[in-house]
Write a protein that binds this ligand. Structure first.
Ligand SMILES: [Zn+2]
Length: 110
């Protein structure tokens, strides 16, 4: 199965926003947010103990993880000043989560 990372890396080649600090090259760089984007409902806590399925590159001040929580999926947002802030959205099926993950990566949702 081709990962979202590979698909997005191909799609966004040459379109990536500038790096904010040293880039370890460990994940895709989300696109800049697009006008008219959909706003996700961010909450401070996850639905439970989660496993990271995919993640964006940590070179940005804000990075994201697609996480699996039991049978559902969420997106974890990490805002990383000195003390990172965390927020979670979703509680989706795998299919719905993929849709929102891709929308987030291409700047259509945040
Ligand atoms: Zn990076």
């Amino acid at each position: 199965m081709t990962s979202t990372f590979d698909a997005l890396r191909a799609m966004t080649r040459g379109l990536v926003a500038p790096v904010e600090w040293h880039c370890p090259g460990i994940g895709v760089h989300p696109e800049r947010i697009m006008p008219g984007h959909q706003t996700l409902d961010w909450r401070p806590l996850s639905l439970g103990i989660y496993r990271v399925v995919e993640h964006t590159c940590s070179c940005r001040a804000v990075y994201y993880e697609l996480v699996s929580v039991g049978g559902s999926y969420q997106i974890h947002k990490v805002i990383q000043p000195e003390t990172p802030e965390h927020a979670f959205t979703g509680g989706w099926t795998r299919r719905e989560a993929r849709k929102w993950w891709v929308r987030l990566l291409i700047g259509h949702a945040r």
